[in-house]
Ligand binder design. Structure first.
Ligand code: HEM
Length: 210
């Protein structure tokens, strides 16, 4: 039974503040453009006045623009990305790209790929405000003893951005997604080095199949 859409789960200090900012912006956009002049939902309760009466087309255009702004702020990133099908397609394409990228592919040498895809999709879906519950390992557990370097982190993010570009994901959505994943760096990168293509250490224990 799908759960109702949820707002993004707070991931890091500052996330609540970001959420508040979005709400505040939403309210500001609404208030600054409100037609609800008497607070009872009556639109255009006052005459437009001489100046406004001379510009009906501009007023209509402004109103449409404002409605679009409010709509854009109200829809979750999950919805704007295109829902579960789009997110699954992006996750799969990203994994294909990462598998071909010699800068990071050795890290996946012993990974159960069915599990990885499912967990990656669930995480993306939940973190963008979708109706999923991520049940996988936390980011520190999942990447412990993997020996991920800062250079490999950058390569991973580069591959993610390239995939989002392939799917024509807009700049605003990309930025929002990247803001979401960047705080995970501290839990994933173990080696402060620009080196890439480092092997998977034998100490790494892959997660079991689901
Ligand atoms: C934004 C950054 C990242 C996110 C959101 C992310 C997310 C995830 C998730 C959700 C899992 C599955 C956890 C589970 O099985 O329960 C996972 C596993 C894995 N990640 Fe990441 N990851 C990130 C960065 C990286 C980087 C930089 C690398 C390597 C260069 C990497 C390599 C792997 C590998 C190899 C696995 C499979 C581990 C296993 O076999 O158990 N990840 N990651």
């Amino acid at each position: 039974m799908p759960k109702p859409l949820q707002r993004r789960r707070p991931q890091a200090p500052g996330d609540d503040a970001r959420l508040d900012l979005t709400e505040l912006t939403l309210r500001t956009v609404r208030n600054s453009h409100s037609d609800d002049v008497d607070g009872l939902g009556r639109r255009d309760a006052e005459p437009l006045g001489e100046e406004a009466a001379g510009r009906p087309v501009e007023l209509a255009r402004d109103r449409l623009q404002r409605e679009r702004e409010v709509e854009a702020l109200e829809r979750s990133l999950y919805e704007r990305l295109g829902g579960i099908e789009a997110i699954t397609a992006v996750a799969r394409a990203f994994e294909d790209r990462a598998a071909k990228d010699d800068r990071i592919n050795q890290k996946f040498a012993r990974t159960n790929l069915d599990r990885l895809t499912k967990e990656f999709v669930d995480q993306l879906c939940q973190d963008t405000g979708g109706p999923c519950t991520y049940m996988g390992l936390n980011m520190r557990q999942a990447h412990t003893n993997m020996g991920v370097t800062s250079g490999e982190w950058d390569a991973f993010i580069e591959d993610l951005v390239a995939t989002l570009n392939d799917f024509n994901v807009g700049k605003a959505e990309q930025d929002e997604l990247l803001d979401n994943v960047r705080p995970m760096r501290a839990e994933i990168v173990e080696v402060d080095s620009p080196q890439v293509g480092t092997p998977l250490p034998s100490a790494f224990t892959p997660a079991p199949p689901l």
